[in-house]
Design a protein around this ligand. Structure first.
Ligand SMILES: Nc1nc2c(ncn2[C@@H]2O[C@H](COP(=O)(O)OP(=O)(O)OP(=O)(O)O)[C@@H](O)[C@H]2O)c(=O)[nH]1
Ligand SMILES: [Mg+2]
Length: 393
């Protein structure tokens, strides 16, 4: 081969090689990841563009139409803030809504001699902070006994005593972990953890699902959202916006009034087909009547569990609604088998006592708390950090 021939071959060969390489890349992108590649791609949720997740869906979906994929692909993905230490923010936020419960109790307990009027004042403070009659009585009895036996000495001791008693009231023995580990089906195939989020209008369900998706993504988990609030299209848009900020795909219907159970089912099926770790299902918050609610939530849970068991049913409660919130909570727990409570808007109240009341009422632990409207204002609940925030606010 002459030098001239070599030059011609090289000149033609290099562009050809580039064309072949680019074409191969494009074909691979269009096909989406094949089965062998999927787990690798899914291990890195932040870099997986939502459209590819969708393209690999094999299962025929129930009557759910999926919106154009591009709508979900944000230009820059956000990096959620670390979860550790978030509850410490509660301190500042509580003090903005008035003197927190712990600080008010401490003010009375720090007196030299406690009169009957002082004990009445303590009791009233606890009741006004939504602690509930039973737990209030228990705390007052425990404090009276300890004060009688040990006396009230220096302020540090008073504070330590109150701290200890409040922590006992919030109950540090409850299991507050969020069950989001994927499981396995009878045939050995991988099942996503499914978290169903329920609660009445405006308590913060959609916001909580969005914030929780961020927490999971930050933890390296793959997530799919299910917009089973089909009441208004805006609800699915709101959820999809949350998801797209962290590269999480939302399964939704673009038809108002579509069957919420069908969307929930489709979300779980998608999660299963894609080998996703966690499927978070948002629901509508209407509490028109107990029978209607029972029908709708019953159907959603039945249909979901055909695909995968429910790992968590989270009831979202607005901490500022007090006793009213408790009544709602009771209805939901009867209907939906609640496994954990998310107490939102704790930043908007000084009445931290609702944590105690709702746990007693339902026998279910508070697992997460909402501390504001910001994307990372969701914290795992921890009795000690919570009581410290109450006492130091
Ligand atoms: N201050 C504060 N606001 C919150 C918190 N959580 C949610 N919100 C706000 O509460 C409002 C309602 O939140 P959504 O998430 O839409 O409530 P929802 O339960 O999904 O409402 P529906 O879908 O209508 O039933 C929004 O303005 C949220 O920003 C919180 O922890 N603190
Ligand atoms: Mg909502």
């Amino acid at each position: 081969m002459t030098n001239e021939t070599l030059e011609i071959l090289l000149a033609a060969g290099i562009p050809l090689a580039i064309v072949v390489a680019v074409t191969t890349l494009l074909v691979r992108r269009r096909r989406g990841p094949d089965t062998d590649e999927a787990p690798t791609a899914l291990d890195e949720p932040v870099v997986v563009p939502a459209p590819e997740v969708e393209q690999t869906v094999e299962a025929p979906a129930p009557p759910v139409e999926v919106l154009p994929e591009e709508a979900e692909a944000p230009s820059v993905l956000e990096v959620p803030a670390p979860v550790a230490g978030r509850l410490a923010r509660l301190r500042d936020r509580l003090s903005k809504s008035g003197s927190p419960l712990g600080a008010r109790l401490l003010a009375v307990l720090s007196k030299d001699h406690l009169t009957e009027d002082d004990w009445d004042e303590l009791e009233e403070t606890l009741l006004l902070a939504d602690v509930g009659a039973g737990p209030t009585g228990e705390l007052i009895d425990a404090l009276r006994t300890r004060v009688r036996v040990e006396g009230l000495k220096d302020p540090a001791q008073v504070r330590a005593l109150l701290r200890e008693q409040l922590i006992a009231l919030v109950d540090p023995t409850l299991d507050r972990s969020l069950h989001t580990a994927p499981g396995a089906a009878a045939d050995g195939s991988r099942l996503p953890a499914v978290v169903l989020v329920v609660g009445v209008n405006g308590t913060g369900k959609t916001t909580t699902v969005g914030k929780l998706a961020r927490v999971l993504v930050a933890d390296g988990r793959t997530v799919v959202l299910g917009a089973a609030d089909t009441f208004r299209a805006a609800a699915a848009d709101q959820l999809q916006t949350w998801g797209s900020r962290v590269g999480v795909h939302t399964v939704r219907s673009d038809r108002d009034g579509a069957d919420p159970a069908a969307v929930a089912f489709d979300a779980v099926r998608t999660g299963r087909a894609e080998g996703i770790d966690v499927v978070l299902v948002d629901t509508a918050g209407r509490l028109q009547n107990k029978a209607g609610l029972m029908d709708e939530l019953g159907k959603i849970t039945r249909v979901i569990t055909r695909e995968a068991p429910l790992s968590e049913v989270l009831l979202v409660l607005d901490a500022t609604t007090g006793q009213n919130g408790l009544n709602q909570a009771r209805v939901f727990s009867e209907v939906a088998g609640v496994t954990g409570i998310v107490l939102t808007k704790l930043d908007g109240t000084a009445k931290g006592g609702i944590v105690v009341a709702v746990q007693r009422e339902l026998g279910v632990p508070v697992k997460l708390v909402g501390l504001g409207e910001g994307p990372d204002d969701l914290a795992p609940f921890d009795p000690e950090a919570f009581v410290d925030a109450l006492l130091e606010g």
